[in-house]
Design a protein around this ligand. Structure first.
Ligand code: P5A
Length: 445
């Protein structure tokens, strides 16, 4: 992409309405624009990162064997009356009527809708287990939408639902999701710690939230600092292997880590004092096992191996896809702007031409641009006729992890400069070396 043809409405001043850094930088970098309270338009740069995050979620769900699908954003209220959640969901649910005076709602979550699909089509245990998910817009009329995409009213969520014959199978689905989520967040450059939580309006006893530690987080959390030393890393996983998934689940959930809703002071005091931490966290996902709550209420039964009807065991699992942009920025920025982890960066490398119009500099930039593009990488080339300082400031703000600076002086010696956004370190090398280095960095991602 060439900056001259891009739509990147950066703001020089800090917007008054943004009180936390991710919100501030998302507005300043021209990623989002508020349409109305808690509802945002996603401008090209923001949309690009949203897509990257979505792609990672899809890839990791595929590895776990979960089926992508898509349900509507608008539902009739009938199913919610059947499950008993129509009243329970309260004012967070946006309700309205169509022209025939039928009661409708904008989906805040889809347990009912998917249970209805399941009961219409699955009649035998032989067609199970089944896990399907979607990435779709949700609406919750939050009392206090704030912090930009972190607590929106309209937000983008990955929501998955498992249907299993037995509790044991459903718990395997729970563990499988836990493992798959750990991988998903790590690929985004995040440490998201599973913490025992409260199940709220979704229901059930078993539930973990995934929290990214950040001072600006809305949740208060208590944990054994040993949990922050666990990393998922490059493990070979067989998602069908119950024992392996359970072992990983236990590894990541046995040490004390709880949100304030489930915090237990006496248990917490058993953690060695030096390791006892309380902090703030951003909830980027949550998994639930709620047994037969919905299948009982909505009569979702299948024929079991003995021919008798059984209510299916279910769980659901959510990832705050749009919230993740805010969480990643909260976890990775400095006073100049965003520092995207390589896995989610909107463009792989920035090219800054220090002297637009200089034949040699223009030629070298064009050649770099072409090489990256041919290699399947996406460069963002600042080809505008602007001061170098302004170009650097924009690149720093939008946070591409790598920048190549090209100027007549360096080119005289046959070199360009490769700069890491994270460390600020610059190294001179030939354009060919710079291309090879950047290709190398992204090769494993
Ligand atoms: C699980 C999927 C559910 O709704 N039903 C389907 C279950 N869980 S949840 O925890 O309530 O939401 C899942 C994730 O969505 C994000 N989220 C939000 N993101 C932005 N703005 C909001 N107002 C908002 N509300 C929830 C969170 O990351 C949450 O973990």
């Amino acid at each position: 992409m060439r900056m001259s043809r891009y739509f990147l409405p950066v703001l020089k001043e800090d917007p008054a309405e943004a009180s936390i850094v991710s919100h501030r930088y998302m507005l300043r970098a021209g990623m989002i624009k508020q349409a109305t309270a808690g509802i945002y338009s996603w401008l090209p740069l923001g949309f690009k990162v949203l897509r990257k995050i979505e792609d990672i979620v899809h890839e990791e769900q595929a590895k776990a064997g979960h089926l992508p699908m898509l349900m509507p954003t608008i539902q009739s209220t009938d199913l919610w009356k059947e499950s008993g959640r129509y009243e329970a969901f309260g004012e967070e649910m946006l309700r309205f009527k169509d022209r025939h005076d039928r009661e409708m709602l904008f989906t805040p979550t889809a347990e009912e809708l998917i249970t209805d699909i399941f009961r219409a089509h699955v009649t035998s245990y032989k067609d199970m287990p089944l896990t399907m998910y979607q990435i779709q817009w949700k609406f919750r009329d939050e009392r206090r939408p704030r912090f930009g995409v972190m607590r929106g009213r309209e937000f983008y969520m990955k929501d998955g639902y498992n249907f299993d014959l037995t509790k044991e199978d459903a718990l395997h689905a729970y563990n499988r999701h836990l493992v798959s989520y750990l991988r998903t967040y790590e690929r985004m450059g995040l440490q998201a710690i599973p913490m025992r939580a409260d199940s709220g309006a979704i229901g059930g006893d078993d539930t973990h939230e995934f929290l990214v530690l950040a001072e600006t987080g809305e949740s208060e959390v208590f944990y054994d600092s040993a949990v922050t030393e666990l990393t998922f890393g490059d493990r070979d996983i067989d998602f069908d292997d119950k024992a392996q998934c359970q072992a990983i689940m236990e590894e990541f959930t046995t040490k004390y880590a709880r949100t304030d809703e489930t915090h237990d002071e006496a248990l917490f005091n058993e953690v060695p004092e030096a390791r006892r931490k309380s902090a703030r966290g951003i909830e980027v996902g949550q998994i639930f096992y709620f047994g037969t709550k919905y299948s009982d209420a909505m009569n979702a039964k299948v024929q079991g191996p003995d021919g008798k009807p059984v209510a299916v065991h279910m769980g659901s699992h959510g990832i705050g896809v749009s919230r993740l942009l805010g969480a990643i920025i909260e976890a990775s920025h400095d006073d100049k702007g965003i520092i995207w982890p390589e896995g989610v960066t909107p463009y792989h490398v920035g090219i800054v031409n220090l002297k637009q119009g200089d034949e040699e500099a223009d030629g070298a930039c064009e050649a770099l641009y072409k090489e990256f593009t041919t290699a399947g990488l996406e460069p963002l080339y600042d080809d505008r006729n602007e001061r170098a300082g302004g170009k650097f400031a924009t690149m720093d703000l939008i946070g591409l992890p790598w920048r190549i600076t090209v100027g007549p002086r360096g080119l005289k010696n046959g070199v360009v400069e490769l700069t890491s956004r994270k460390t600020g370190d610059s190294v001179e090398m030939t354009p060919a070396e710079a291309v090879a280095r950047v290709k190398d960095i992204y090769a494993g991602l």
